[in-house]
Write a protein that binds this ligand. Structure first.
Ligand code: MG
Length: 245
């Protein structure tokens, strides 16, 4: 088996409307793989920024404690949930805080995903975007159960109301999955600030014409051009280009 050298390119931007950036992200390379995560602090409740940053910090700490890929990602994300919950109960100003968290670990030909909330992970295969995660949001769940059409879901007033996040509950139900990954494929993670303003076709088009840093810059630029209504974060994981970039 040839050795794939993976690289990750990340960018976050406050957007043009929000007063601060409540998104947070992490990229860490192991000798045998790579981990990438996006967290988006829950709006409408206090402590969104604290929640997303702390969830990323817990993950970062766990990664630092071990020399190779994480064996049990789910356990670490649950630990982050317990820490957030305890913190919010010790500090009344943070009560009810929550964050989305989408973590992807690429290890050999396996991609492990642990996910809660409405940030997303996609796999880019044959020029097509396959979404790996389900949104834990009101409109997305109504759509999944057939109570809304796709067009209705896109306009639903509660499309941003998340139904499951890290933090507000003493325990959390996580989506955990493992998918395969082949040479040449790419993985993209993003917060809703991206996919809310750019449709999958536009995102796929940008990814097919740009690589690496240029691709993430372009995606963020396009979301700002579309009004930048929310914080936006993008991470792109791909093999190192043959010219060593
Ligand atoms: Mg957001």
């Amino acid at each position: 088996m040839s050795i794939m050298v993976l690289k990750a390119f990340a960018k976050t931007h406050q957007g043009l409307v929000r007063a601060d950036n409540q998104d947070a992200y992490l990229v860490r390379a192991f000798p045998d793989g790579l981990l990438a995560a996006v967290a988006d602090g829950m709006g409408g409740a206090p402590g969104g920024r604290e929640a997303s940053h702390h969830a990323i910090e817990v993950l970062d700490r766990a990664v630092s404690e071990q020399p190779r890929s994480i064996v049990d990602l789910e356990r670490i994300v649950k630990r982050a949930n317990r820490e957030l919950y305890a913190w919010a109960h010790a500090e009344p100003r943070l009560f009810g805080m929550g964050t989305t968290l989408t973590v992807v670990q690429v290890h050999g030909e396996e991609v492990s995903v642990v996910h809660v909330g409405d940030s997303r992970a996609y796999r880019l295969r044959d020029g097509r975007l396959d979404r790996l995660t389900q949104d834990h949001a009101v409109a997305a769940e109504l759509l999944a159960s057939g109570l809304l059409t796709e067009a209705e879901a896109l306009r639903h007033p509660q499309r941003h109301v998340v139904t499951r996040v890290l933090g507000p509950g003493s325990s959390v139900r996580l989506d955990v999955l493992v998918v395969t990954w082949r040479p040449g494929e790419r993985i993209m993670l993003c917060s809703d600030g991206l996919y809310d303003v750019l449709d999958d076709t536009t995102i796929a088009e940008i990814l097919s014409t740009h690589r690496g840093e240029e691709a993430v810059d372009r995606l963020v630029e396009e979301s700002l051009r579309a009004g930048g209504p929310d914080n936006v974060t993008v991470i792109l994981v791909e093999e190192e280009a043959s010219d060593g970039r």
